[in-house]
Design a protein around this ligand. Sequence first.
Ligand code: PMP
Ligand code: GLN
Length: 412
Amino acid sequence: HSSRVEGVDKNVWVEFTQLAADYKAVNLGQGFPDFSPPKFIQEAFCSAVMGGPEMHQYTRAFGHPHLVKSLATFFTRIVGHEIDPLEDILVTVGAYQALFCAFQALVDEGDEVIIVEPFFDCYQPMVRMAGGKAVYVPLRPRSENKAVLSSADWVLSSEELASKITPRTKAIVINTPNNPLGKVYKKEELQEIADVCIKNDLLCISDEVYEWLTYDGAKHVKIASLPGMWERTITVGSAGKTFSATGWKVGWAISSDHIIKHMKTLHQNSVYHCATAAQEAVACGFDREYEVFGTPESYFQQLPAMLHDKRKKLSTCLESVGLKPILPEGGYFMVADISTLDLDLKDQGSKEEEYDFKFVKWLIREKGLATIPVSAFYSPEHQKDFNKYIRFCFVKEDSTLDAAVEILRKWR
Ligand code: PMP
Ligand code: GLN
Protein backbone atom coordinates (compact mmCIF):
# COMPACT_ATOMS: atom_id res chain seq x y z
CA HIS A 1 0.00 0.00 0.00
CA SER A 2 1.00 3.63 -0.41
CA SER A 3 2.04 5.84 2.49
CA ARG A 4 -0.99 8.01 1.74
CA VAL A 5 -3.39 5.49 3.28
CA GLU A 6 -1.34 4.97 6.41
CA GLY A 7 -2.94 6.13 9.65
CA VAL A 8 -6.22 7.15 8.05
CA ASP A 9 -7.90 3.74 7.98
CA LYS A 10 -10.25 4.26 10.97
CA ASN A 11 -13.56 5.97 10.23
CA VAL A 12 -16.23 6.79 12.78
CA TRP A 13 -19.11 6.56 10.24
CA VAL A 14 -18.08 3.14 9.00
CA GLU A 15 -17.69 1.87 12.55
CA PHE A 16 -20.77 3.31 14.23
CA THR A 17 -23.21 3.01 11.33
CA GLN A 18 -22.43 -0.71 11.19
CA LEU A 19 -22.76 -1.07 14.94
CA ALA A 20 -26.13 0.71 14.93
CA ALA A 21 -27.33 -1.63 12.17
CA ASP A 22 -26.00 -4.76 13.91
CA TYR A 23 -27.93 -3.94 17.08
CA LYS A 24 -30.97 -2.54 15.22
CA ALA A 25 -30.58 0.51 17.43
CA VAL A 26 -32.77 3.60 17.33
CA ASN A 27 -30.41 5.62 15.18
CA LEU A 28 -29.59 9.19 16.16
CA GLY A 29 -26.01 8.61 15.03
CA GLN A 30 -24.97 9.26 11.43
CA GLY A 31 -26.49 12.50 10.11
CA PHE A 32 -29.27 11.77 7.65
CA PRO A 33 -33.03 12.35 7.65
CA ASP A 34 -35.17 9.22 8.04
CA PHE A 35 -37.98 11.01 6.18
CA SER A 36 -38.32 11.62 2.44
CA PRO A 37 -37.17 14.68 0.53
CA PRO A 38 -39.94 17.15 -0.45
CA LYS A 39 -42.38 16.01 -3.12
CA PHE A 40 -41.31 18.57 -5.70
CA ILE A 41 -37.78 17.24 -5.83
CA GLN A 42 -38.79 13.59 -5.81
CA GLU A 43 -41.04 14.37 -8.77
CA ALA A 44 -38.19 16.17 -10.49
CA PHE A 45 -36.01 13.10 -10.10
CA CYS A 46 -38.77 10.84 -11.48
CA SER A 47 -39.31 13.18 -14.44
CA ALA A 48 -35.58 13.20 -15.11
CA VAL A 49 -35.37 9.42 -15.07
CA MET A 50 -38.47 9.10 -17.28
CA GLY A 51 -37.33 11.91 -19.58
CA GLY A 52 -35.11 11.78 -22.63
CA PRO A 53 -32.26 9.31 -23.19
CA GLU A 54 -29.72 12.03 -22.40
CA MET A 55 -30.71 11.86 -18.72
CA HIS A 56 -29.15 8.39 -18.59
CA GLN A 57 -25.87 9.31 -20.28
CA TYR A 58 -22.78 11.33 -19.48
CA THR A 59 -23.19 15.04 -19.06
CA ARG A 60 -20.73 17.94 -18.85
CA ALA A 61 -17.75 16.93 -16.67
CA PHE A 62 -17.78 19.96 -14.34
CA GLY A 63 -21.51 20.03 -13.77
CA HIS A 64 -24.69 19.35 -15.73
CA PRO A 65 -25.43 22.59 -17.68
CA HIS A 66 -28.87 23.01 -16.10
CA LEU A 67 -27.49 22.58 -12.58
CA VAL A 68 -24.54 24.98 -12.83
CA LYS A 69 -26.88 27.56 -14.33
CA SER A 70 -29.40 27.14 -11.50
CA LEU A 71 -26.69 27.23 -8.83
CA ALA A 72 -25.12 30.34 -10.37
CA THR A 73 -28.45 32.17 -10.53
CA PHE A 74 -29.43 31.17 -7.02
CA PHE A 75 -26.12 31.90 -5.29
CA THR A 76 -25.34 35.11 -7.17
CA ARG A 77 -28.26 36.60 -5.25
CA ILE A 78 -26.94 35.28 -1.93
CA VAL A 79 -23.20 35.99 -2.29
CA GLY A 80 -23.67 39.36 -3.97
CA HIS A 81 -21.05 38.48 -6.59
CA GLU A 82 -21.85 37.54 -10.18
CA ILE A 83 -21.16 33.79 -10.35
CA ASP A 84 -20.18 32.40 -13.73
CA PRO A 85 -21.89 29.01 -14.18
CA LEU A 86 -19.14 27.58 -16.36
CA GLU A 87 -16.07 29.03 -14.65
CA ASP A 88 -16.88 29.44 -10.96
CA ILE A 89 -18.67 26.17 -10.08
CA LEU A 90 -17.66 22.53 -9.86
CA VAL A 91 -20.39 19.94 -9.24
CA THR A 92 -19.11 16.96 -7.24
CA VAL A 93 -20.14 13.63 -5.76
CA GLY A 94 -21.40 15.13 -2.52
CA ALA A 95 -19.67 17.79 -0.46
CA TYR A 96 -17.11 15.09 0.34
CA GLN A 97 -15.70 15.16 -3.17
CA ALA A 98 -15.71 18.96 -3.29
CA LEU A 99 -13.57 18.95 -0.13
CA PHE A 100 -11.33 16.22 -1.55
CA CYS A 101 -10.78 18.14 -4.79
CA ALA A 102 -10.03 21.32 -2.84
CA PHE A 103 -7.37 19.71 -0.66
CA GLN A 104 -5.81 17.72 -3.51
CA ALA A 105 -5.74 20.62 -5.93
CA LEU A 106 -4.66 23.39 -3.54
CA VAL A 107 -2.54 21.86 -0.78
CA ASP A 108 1.04 20.90 -1.52
CA GLU A 109 3.49 18.60 0.22
CA GLY A 110 4.39 20.25 3.54
CA ASP A 111 1.72 22.95 3.40
CA GLU A 112 -0.11 23.65 6.64
CA VAL A 113 -3.89 23.79 6.83
CA ILE A 114 -5.58 25.28 9.88
CA ILE A 115 -8.67 23.41 11.01
CA VAL A 116 -11.08 24.78 13.62
CA GLU A 117 -11.92 22.20 16.28
CA PRO A 118 -14.32 20.44 16.67
CA PHE A 119 -14.39 19.66 12.96
CA PHE A 120 -16.15 17.32 10.54
CA ASP A 121 -13.74 14.42 10.74
CA CYS A 122 -12.81 14.02 7.05
CA TYR A 123 -10.81 17.25 6.85
CA GLN A 124 -7.89 15.71 8.68
CA PRO A 125 -7.34 12.57 6.54
CA MET A 126 -7.96 14.63 3.41
CA VAL A 127 -5.28 17.17 4.33
CA ARG A 128 -2.94 14.34 5.18
CA MET A 129 -3.59 12.44 1.93
CA ALA A 130 -2.70 15.64 0.08
CA GLY A 131 0.66 15.65 1.88
CA GLY A 132 -0.31 18.61 4.04
CA LYS A 133 -0.11 19.09 7.77
CA ALA A 134 -3.23 19.82 9.81
CA VAL A 135 -2.82 22.51 12.47
CA TYR A 136 -5.65 22.89 14.96
CA VAL A 137 -7.23 25.87 16.61
CA PRO A 138 -10.10 25.23 19.03
CA LEU A 139 -13.48 26.74 19.62
CA ARG A 140 -13.50 27.23 23.37
CA PRO A 141 -16.42 27.60 25.77
CA ARG A 142 -16.64 31.32 26.50
CA SER A 143 -16.62 30.88 30.24
CA GLU A 144 -15.04 27.99 32.09
CA ASN A 145 -17.39 28.25 35.08
CA LYS A 146 -20.76 29.08 33.60
CA ALA A 147 -22.86 26.20 32.26
CA VAL A 148 -22.53 26.11 28.47
CA LEU A 149 -26.05 26.25 27.15
CA SER A 150 -25.74 27.26 23.53
CA SER A 151 -23.37 26.64 20.64
CA ALA A 152 -22.97 30.44 20.54
CA ASP A 153 -20.98 30.10 23.79
CA TRP A 154 -18.18 28.36 21.84
CA VAL A 155 -15.88 30.94 20.32
CA LEU A 156 -12.67 31.20 18.31
CA SER A 157 -9.93 33.52 19.52
CA SER A 158 -8.54 35.46 16.59
CA GLU A 159 -5.25 35.93 18.49
CA GLU A 160 -4.97 32.18 18.90
CA LEU A 161 -5.80 31.73 15.22
CA ALA A 162 -3.15 34.27 14.20
CA SER A 163 -0.60 32.55 16.45
CA LYS A 164 -0.90 29.36 14.34
CA ILE A 165 0.14 31.04 11.11
CA THR A 166 3.55 30.12 9.71
CA PRO A 167 5.16 30.75 6.30
CA ARG A 168 3.82 27.31 5.28
CA THR A 169 0.16 28.05 6.12
CA LYS A 170 -1.95 27.65 3.01
CA ALA A 171 -5.57 27.61 4.10
CA ILE A 172 -8.09 27.80 6.93
CA VAL A 173 -11.03 25.39 7.02
CA ILE A 174 -14.23 26.53 8.68
CA ASN A 175 -17.65 24.90 8.92
CA THR A 176 -20.77 26.96 9.56
CA PRO A 177 -23.27 25.85 10.76
CA ASN A 178 -20.79 23.58 12.48
CA ASN A 179 -20.89 19.81 12.74
CA PRO A 180 -21.03 18.65 15.55
CA LEU A 181 -21.66 21.73 17.78
CA GLY A 182 -24.20 23.59 15.68
CA LYS A 183 -22.35 26.88 15.99
CA VAL A 184 -23.41 29.47 13.41
CA TYR A 185 -20.61 32.01 13.01
CA LYS A 186 -21.75 35.60 13.31
CA LYS A 187 -20.70 38.12 10.70
CA GLU A 188 -18.19 39.73 13.09
CA GLU A 189 -16.63 36.35 13.84
CA LEU A 190 -16.29 35.64 10.12
CA GLN A 191 -14.83 39.09 9.57
CA GLU A 192 -12.06 38.31 12.07
CA ILE A 193 -11.24 35.10 10.20
CA ALA A 194 -11.41 36.97 6.89
CA ASP A 195 -8.96 39.59 8.21
CA VAL A 196 -6.47 36.84 9.08
CA CYS A 197 -6.92 35.24 5.63
CA ILE A 198 -6.38 38.52 3.80
CA LYS A 199 -3.46 39.68 5.95
CA ASN A 200 -1.61 36.38 5.44
CA ASP A 201 -2.79 35.66 1.88
CA LEU A 202 -4.56 32.41 2.82
CA LEU A 203 -7.31 30.43 1.19
CA CYS A 204 -10.51 29.76 3.12
CA ILE A 205 -12.35 26.49 2.63
CA SER A 206 -15.83 27.14 3.97
CA ASP A 207 -18.00 24.05 4.45
CA GLU A 208 -21.60 25.31 4.43
CA VAL A 209 -23.57 22.10 3.86
CA TYR A 210 -26.06 23.07 6.62
CA GLU A 211 -26.51 26.64 5.35
CA TRP A 212 -30.34 26.58 5.38
CA LEU A 213 -30.65 25.05 8.81
CA THR A 214 -30.55 27.80 11.43
CA TYR A 215 -32.79 28.23 14.47
CA ASP A 216 -34.09 30.94 16.79
CA GLY A 217 -33.14 33.77 14.47
CA ALA A 218 -29.50 32.75 13.94
CA LYS A 219 -28.43 33.91 10.49
CA HIS A 220 -26.08 32.06 8.18
CA VAL A 221 -23.49 34.36 6.58
CA LYS A 222 -21.22 33.34 3.74
CA ILE A 223 -17.61 34.32 4.34
CA ALA A 224 -17.25 34.57 0.53
CA SER A 225 -19.60 37.55 0.65
CA LEU A 226 -17.24 39.62 2.84
CA PRO A 227 -15.00 42.18 1.10
CA GLY A 228 -11.86 40.64 -0.40
CA MET A 229 -12.96 37.07 0.31
CA TRP A 230 -14.57 35.93 -2.96
CA GLU A 231 -11.14 35.54 -4.60
CA ARG A 232 -9.82 33.30 -1.83
CA THR A 233 -12.81 31.32 -0.57
CA ILE A 234 -13.98 27.90 -1.71
CA THR A 235 -17.60 27.51 -0.57
CA VAL A 236 -18.75 23.90 -0.30
CA GLY A 237 -22.42 22.89 -0.46
CA SER A 238 -24.50 19.72 -0.54
CA ALA A 239 -27.84 18.87 -2.13
CA GLY A 240 -28.00 16.04 0.40
CA LYS A 241 -28.42 18.49 3.28
CA THR A 242 -30.22 21.16 1.23
CA PHE A 243 -33.04 18.87 0.06
CA SER A 244 -32.89 16.06 2.65
CA ALA A 245 -31.52 13.63 0.06
CA THR A 246 -28.13 12.55 1.39
CA GLY A 247 -28.11 9.41 -0.75
CA TRP A 248 -28.13 11.36 -4.01
CA LYS A 249 -24.57 12.52 -3.37
CA VAL A 250 -24.69 15.78 -5.28
CA GLY A 251 -22.46 18.53 -3.95
CA TRP A 252 -20.59 21.55 -5.28
CA ALA A 253 -17.75 23.97 -4.81
CA ILE A 254 -18.19 27.63 -5.69
CA SER A 255 -15.18 29.91 -5.99
CA SER A 256 -13.27 32.19 -8.28
CA ASP A 257 -12.36 30.70 -11.67
CA HIS A 258 -8.62 30.79 -10.85
CA ILE A 259 -9.26 28.32 -8.01
CA ILE A 260 -12.04 26.23 -9.56
CA LYS A 261 -9.92 25.54 -12.65
CA HIS A 262 -7.44 23.52 -10.55
CA MET A 263 -10.21 21.61 -8.83
CA LYS A 264 -11.62 20.83 -12.28
CA THR A 265 -8.27 19.26 -13.22
CA LEU A 266 -8.49 16.97 -10.23
CA HIS A 267 -12.11 16.11 -10.97
CA GLN A 268 -11.68 15.38 -14.69
CA ASN A 269 -8.85 12.98 -13.87
CA SER A 270 -10.69 11.09 -11.15
CA VAL A 271 -14.50 11.07 -10.98
CA TYR A 272 -15.22 13.02 -14.20
CA HIS A 273 -18.86 13.78 -13.35
CA CYS A 274 -21.67 12.68 -11.09
CA ALA A 275 -25.08 11.15 -11.90
CA THR A 276 -26.90 13.15 -14.59
CA ALA A 277 -30.49 12.56 -13.43
CA ALA A 278 -29.67 13.50 -9.83
CA GLN A 279 -28.07 16.75 -11.05
CA GLU A 280 -31.12 17.52 -13.19
CA ALA A 281 -33.43 17.00 -10.20
CA VAL A 282 -31.31 19.23 -7.96
CA ALA A 283 -31.35 21.90 -10.67
CA CYS A 284 -35.17 21.79 -10.71
CA GLY A 285 -35.12 22.06 -6.92
CA PHE A 286 -33.06 25.24 -7.03
CA ASP A 287 -35.20 26.71 -9.82
CA ARG A 288 -38.25 26.20 -7.65
CA GLU A 289 -36.57 27.61 -4.54
CA TYR A 290 -35.44 30.65 -6.51
CA GLU A 291 -39.07 31.41 -7.33
CA VAL A 292 -40.40 31.01 -3.79
CA PHE A 293 -37.35 32.31 -1.93
CA GLY A 294 -38.22 34.15 1.27
CA THR A 295 -41.83 32.95 1.28
CA PRO A 296 -43.39 30.36 3.60
CA GLU A 297 -43.56 27.99 0.62
CA SER A 298 -39.79 27.75 0.48
CA TYR A 299 -38.34 24.44 1.65
CA PHE A 300 -35.46 26.50 3.03
CA GLN A 301 -37.96 27.94 5.52
CA GLN A 302 -40.09 24.84 6.02
CA LEU A 303 -37.25 22.47 6.86
CA PRO A 304 -35.68 24.60 9.63
CA ALA A 305 -39.15 25.30 11.04
CA MET A 306 -39.82 21.57 11.24
CA LEU A 307 -36.39 20.89 12.74
CA HIS A 308 -36.86 23.64 15.31
CA ASP A 309 -39.60 21.58 16.97
CA LYS A 310 -37.59 18.35 16.79
CA ARG A 311 -34.62 20.09 18.36
CA LYS A 312 -36.87 21.27 21.19
CA LYS A 313 -38.26 17.76 21.70
CA LEU A 314 -34.76 16.32 22.02
CA SER A 315 -33.33 19.05 24.25
CA THR A 316 -36.30 18.86 26.63
CA CYS A 317 -35.87 15.12 26.90
CA LEU A 318 -32.10 15.30 27.44
CA GLU A 319 -32.55 17.90 30.18
CA SER A 320 -35.24 15.83 31.88
CA VAL A 321 -32.91 12.83 32.15
CA GLY A 322 -30.01 14.91 33.47
CA LEU A 323 -27.90 15.14 30.32
CA LYS A 324 -26.79 18.70 29.62
CA PRO A 325 -27.45 19.55 25.98
CA ILE A 326 -25.71 22.39 24.16
CA LEU A 327 -28.49 24.00 22.16
CA PRO A 328 -27.35 24.26 18.52
CA GLU A 329 -27.97 27.47 16.56
CA GLY A 330 -27.89 25.46 13.34
CA GLY A 331 -27.35 22.13 11.62
CA TYR A 332 -28.45 18.54 12.20
CA PHE A 333 -26.98 17.83 15.61
CA MET A 334 -27.09 18.39 19.36
CA VAL A 335 -24.12 17.73 21.61
CA ALA A 336 -24.72 16.69 25.20
CA ASP A 337 -22.40 16.56 28.19
CA ILE A 338 -22.35 13.02 29.66
CA SER A 339 -19.89 13.71 32.47
CA THR A 340 -22.66 13.79 35.08
CA LEU A 341 -23.53 10.14 34.38
CA ASP A 342 -20.21 8.88 35.63
CA LEU A 343 -20.62 5.31 34.39
CA ASP A 344 -17.74 2.98 35.11
CA LEU A 345 -16.73 1.71 31.67
CA LYS A 346 -13.15 0.80 32.52
CA ASP A 347 -13.66 -2.85 31.65
CA GLN A 348 -15.33 -2.12 28.32
CA GLY A 349 -13.41 -2.06 25.03
CA SER A 350 -9.69 -1.43 24.71
CA LYS A 351 -7.58 0.64 27.10
CA GLU A 352 -6.71 3.29 24.52
CA GLU A 353 -10.33 3.89 23.59
CA GLU A 354 -11.75 7.24 24.74
CA TYR A 355 -14.56 7.31 27.32
CA ASP A 356 -17.13 8.65 24.85
CA PHE A 357 -16.37 5.83 22.37
CA LYS A 358 -16.87 3.28 25.12
CA PHE A 359 -20.01 5.02 26.27
CA VAL A 360 -21.59 5.15 22.81
CA LYS A 361 -20.83 1.47 22.21
CA TRP A 362 -22.35 0.62 25.57
CA LEU A 363 -25.43 2.72 24.77
CA ILE A 364 -25.90 0.93 21.44
CA ARG A 365 -25.34 -2.56 22.84
CA GLU A 366 -27.14 -2.25 26.16
CA LYS A 367 -29.86 0.32 25.46
CA GLY A 368 -30.38 0.13 21.71
CA LEU A 369 -29.72 3.83 21.09
CA ALA A 370 -27.07 5.02 18.62
CA THR A 371 -25.25 8.37 18.88
CA ILE A 372 -21.74 9.54 17.92
CA PRO A 373 -18.78 10.17 20.28
CA VAL A 374 -17.68 13.81 20.05
CA SER A 375 -13.94 13.13 20.48
CA ALA A 376 -14.13 11.81 16.88
CA PHE A 377 -14.34 15.48 15.88
CA TYR A 378 -11.05 16.37 17.59
CA SER A 379 -7.40 15.91 16.70
CA PRO A 380 -5.55 13.08 18.49
CA GLU A 381 -3.85 15.73 20.65
CA HIS A 382 -7.14 17.09 21.99
CA GLN A 383 -9.41 14.04 22.12
CA LYS A 384 -8.69 13.51 25.81
CA ASP A 385 -10.07 16.97 26.66
CA PHE A 386 -13.38 16.40 24.89
CA ASN A 387 -14.25 12.77 25.59
CA LYS A 388 -17.29 13.43 27.78
CA TYR A 389 -19.72 14.56 25.09
CA ILE A 390 -21.93 12.68 22.64
CA ARG A 391 -23.73 13.89 19.50
CA PHE A 392 -27.39 13.27 18.70
CA CYS A 393 -28.93 13.77 15.23
CA PHE A 394 -32.46 15.18 15.47
CA VAL A 395 -33.33 15.18 11.75
CA LYS A 396 -35.63 12.26 12.32
CA GLU A 397 -39.31 11.32 12.23
CA ASP A 398 -41.07 12.20 15.49
CA SER A 399 -41.65 8.47 16.00
CA THR A 400 -37.87 7.87 15.93
CA LEU A 401 -37.26 10.71 18.38
CA ASP A 402 -40.06 9.37 20.61
CA ALA A 403 -38.45 5.93 20.60
CA ALA A 404 -35.14 7.51 21.65
CA VAL A 405 -36.88 9.55 24.37
CA GLU A 406 -38.53 6.38 25.65
CA ILE A 407 -35.14 4.63 25.93
CA LEU A 408 -33.57 7.56 27.76
CA ARG A 409 -36.49 7.99 30.16
CA LYS A 410 -36.62 4.31 31.05
CA TRP A 411 -32.94 4.08 31.65
CA ARG A 412 -32.52 7.22 33.75
N1 PMP B 1 -19.41 18.53 5.49
C1 PMP B 1 -20.08 18.35 6.64
C2 PMP B 1 -19.92 19.35 7.73
C3 PMP B 1 -20.91 17.24 6.80
O1 PMP B 1 -21.56 17.08 7.95
C4 PMP B 1 -21.03 16.32 5.74
C5 PMP B 1 -21.87 15.09 5.93
N2 PMP B 1 -23.07 15.30 5.33
C6 PMP B 1 -20.34 16.56 4.54
C7 PMP B 1 -19.53 17.66 4.47
C8 PMP B 1 -20.44 15.63 3.39
O2 PMP B 1 -21.59 15.92 2.64
P1 PMP B 1 -22.10 15.00 1.43
O3 PMP B 1 -22.99 13.97 2.00
O4 PMP B 1 -22.80 15.94 0.49
O5 PMP B 1 -20.88 14.39 0.80
N1 GLN C 1 -22.15 14.17 7.72
C1 GLN C 1 -22.85 13.11 8.37
C2 GLN C 1 -22.60 13.17 9.86
O1 GLN C 1 -21.85 13.97 10.32
C3 GLN C 1 -22.50 11.74 7.82
C4 GLN C 1 -21.09 11.57 7.33
C5 GLN C 1 -20.82 10.18 6.84
O2 GLN C 1 -21.64 9.29 6.92
N2 GLN C 1 -19.68 9.96 6.31
O3 GLN C 1 -23.16 12.41 10.59
